[in-house]
Design a protein around this ligand. Structure first.
Ligand code: SF4
Ligand code: SF4
Length: 373
């Protein structure tokens, strides 16, 4: 006997979440083959597990799971402040990383729903809140619960807020009446695949994360050399395949007040970002979903963006970084950036790094940068 799900919608609505659905805890066996193909084709990132059952069986994460409550919380604010028109080089930050960390938002909304359920049904049920960091195919569950379509760009497209939504799920041992999916696919216009600057969207619904800027700007270590110029100014995440999508043209902005404030500007000035102290980082970017990656990866990306912008005025600060920064990963990407700008002062700084840098990989990068045209 199912419990009517209306109670959840009412609780959620009073907490500020208007996109809430329910789906069953049945395993998603129909996804197994797709997951196996991803593994065979080496399209699984270190952020995911390659073991398919933990991705499709909710019961492995919560014993006796009966229902899954899903949330699609909009994160795109109407307009985040952007710097006044300036000649200073700026980067680009995806919408999901400008405001309060959406994991915090989802966790807060889910806790409020749980509190409401406990008031209604007591505390004798089990639950588990998930957002992004579990192996389960959360996007598929959210789609199955009637909250959206899957786009060819592999995003969940909500009928009200488009694809600028953060997804969360609550596994529970309470059995609620499930909602019906609203349909499986987007308009299938192909514009997202045409617009993608890296060719990461290999075919409808198939993405190679190793070509996707959203993944690459978060991945640690050396940014693949062949992908650096394709990154352009995109220093965290990428919205290109979402901005072009017809489903997003009339998407509503987030009505959630916390999402209106920007801790990480849409177009941050790049040179100040390179000088950001740990204390400044902690009270700004660290409060967004980009914070988990830490300051160094964002500064690595900022240096690459400067290499793509090729402003000769940035040679002096970049040369100083190449000489003085104590992080080899930053010096290595700075060598690449100076090689892209390639004026006399940039080449002089590269020559010095090639002969004097204490790190072999930085010296190799400086050599490559000197050789390239
Ligand atoms: S996020 Fe950017 S790089 Fe990734 S698939 Fe979309 S357009 Fe391509
Ligand atoms: S751009 Fe077109 S094909 Fe891509 S997700 Fe949107 S509707 Fe689908």
């Amino acid at each position: 006997m199912f419990i009517n799900g209306r109670i959840i919608k009412e609780i959620a609505l009073s907490s500020g979440a208007d996109q809430v659905g329910i789906t069953t805890a049945e395993p998603l066996f129909y996804m197994k083959e797709r997951l196996e193909n991803r593994k065979k084709e080496h399209r699984i990132t270190p952020f995911e597990t390659s073991e398919p059952y933990s991705r499709i069986k909710p019961g492995l994460l919560l014993q006796d799971c009966q229902s899954i409550i899903t949330i699609a919380a909009p994160y795109a604010a109407a307009e985040h402040p952007v710097p006044q028109k300036t000649a200073e080089p700026t980067g680009k930050v995806a919408r999901c990383a400008r405001s309060l960390d959406y994991h915090v938002l989802i966790e807060t909304l889910c806790r409020q729903i749980i509190k409401g359920l406990q008031q209604e049904f007591g505390t004798g049920f089990e639950y588990r809140i998930l957002c992004d960091r579990s192996p389960l195919l959360e996007r598929e569950l959210v789609s199955n619960s009637g909250l959206g379509l899957i786009g060819e760009n592999c995003t969940l497209i909500n009928h009200r807020y488009g694809s600028y939504t953060a997804l969360g799920t609550i596994l529970t041992t309470l059995a609620f009446e499930p909602d019906q999916p609203e349909g499986k696919h987007c308009m299938q216009c192909g514009r997202c695949r045409e617009a993608c600057p890296t060719g990461a969207l290999l075919a409808p619904y198939i993405i190679n994360p190793y070509l996707c800027l959203s993944y690459l700007t978060q991945a640690s270590g050396c940014f693949p050399r062949t992908m650096r110029s394709k990154m352009d100014r995109q220093i965290y995440g990428c919205d290109i395949c979402q901005e072009i999508c017809p489903h997003n043209q009339d998407a509503k902005c987030s009505p959630i007040p916390e999402m209106a404030f920007s801790f990480f500007p849409a177009k941050p000035l790049l040179l100040p970002l390179l000088r950001l102290t740990q204390k400044e980082f902690k009270t700004t970017i660290n409060l967004t979903s980009a914070g988990w990656r830490g300051k160094t990866i964002l500064q690595r990306n900022a240096v690459i963006a400067l290499g793509n912008i090729k402003d000769p005025h940035t040679v002096k600060p970049l040369a100083a970084i190449l000489k003085n920064d104590n992080r080899a990963i930053i010096r290595l990407h700075t060598a690449w950036a100076l090689g892209r700008i390639r004026n006399g002062k940039a080449l002089f700084a590269l020559e010095k790094a090639y002969h004097n840098d204490p790190d072999l990989e930085v010296r190799k990068e400086a050599k490559l940068a000197l050789q390239e045209n």
